[in-house]
Ligand binder design. Structure first.
Ligand SMILES: NC(=O)c1ccc[n+]([C@@H]2O[C@H](COP(=O)([O-])OP(=O)(O)OC[C@H]3O[C@@H](n4cnc5c(N)ncnc54)[C@H](OP(=O)(O)O)[C@@H]3O)[C@@H](O)[C@H]2O)c1
Length: 233
């Protein structure tokens, strides 16, 4: 499937995986809409990636989500990508951080998807790709990110249910489940990891995998793709 002239919204595309994916899609001729929480970062990302437009909406305030996205025009592809990280013992998790993870990593994706579904259903062939995480399918031993896993498991459930709901309805729903990537997500959460920890991999690998998923023949659905670093030692 050709992505040229398709219209795609990528949430959380002011940094990391989302921004890299935006720049790659623009090079393929896709009209990309950037989204982020910070107006200046959104404007910069639109310029730097060559995207067509930008939307500013703080996903930690879910009440504003429907209004921010309901005026959007036609859409072929929605990539639900925005996210924040939290790790450590559950007893140490600040309540406001727990709510932020529920809002940003789960609730806002449900609301954006619900708001844009009529547009995607009107597209000749619509696509929804949810960026979940390997933490949304596997619980590691001896290392805790319980709240993050809880909301990412929620995204897995949402994805699997949507795949079933839209079987045979010209709307392809897919889930992408990466392991640790070299982005600033950990630093933003206050964790002191190196830029290149042995368990991480370059987000370019994820971009290539996502492009592969988005360009399959309409009959085919890679409804779930796990991408992990298997040489973590
Ligand atoms: N990096 C990993 O190891 C890894 C592994 C598995 C899955 N993932 C998932 O991959 C996705 C992308 O993460 P990333 O690693 O690329 O992280 P990132 O570089 O920090 O990018 C996250 C994006 O989400 C945006 N965002 C954060 N909070 C937001 C809010 N309240 N409202 C609106 N936008 C918000 C960020 O905006 P700002 O630019 O303003 O920060 C940024 O654009 C996330 O869903 C993450 O859970 C990441």
């Amino acid at each position: 499937m050709d992505l040229k002239d398709k219209k795609a919204l990528i949430t959380g595309s002011t940094d990391g995986l989302g921004k890299l994916l935006a720049a790659t899609l623009v090079r393929k001729g896709t009209q990309v809409i950037i989204h982020g929480r910070n107006k200046e970062k959104v404007e910069n990302s639109v310029k730097e990636t060559g995207a067509s437009a930008g939307v500013v909406c703080d996903f930690n305030v879910p009440d504003g989500v429907v209004g921010a996205f309901s005026g959007m025009g036609d859409l072929d592809i929605l990539v639900n990508n925005a996210g924040v990280w939290l790790e450590g013992n559950t007893v140490d998790a600040p309540p406001e951080k727990i709510l932020e993870l529920v809002n940003v990593n789960l609730a806002s994706h449900l609301l954006v998807t619900r708001t844009l579904l009529p547009k995607l259903q009107k597209a000749g062939f619509g696509q929804i790709l949810n960026i979940v995480s390997i933490a949304g399918v596997e619980i590691p031993s001896g290392f805790y990110h319980t709240i993050y896993s809880a909301v990412k498991f929620g995204m897995q459930g949402f994805t699997e249910a949507m795949v079933k709901e839209f079987d045979n309805k010209n709307l392809r729903v897919m889930g992408f489940y990466p392991g640790g990537m070299e982005t600033k997500i950990f630093e933003k959460a206050g964790d002191k990891y190196l830029d290149h920890e042995p368990w991480m991999f370059d987000p370019k690998e994820s971009v290539e995998a996502i492009i592969f998923m988005l360009t399959r023949d309409e009959k085919v659905n890679i409804k779930r793709l796990d991408l992990i670093n298997h040489l973590q030692a």
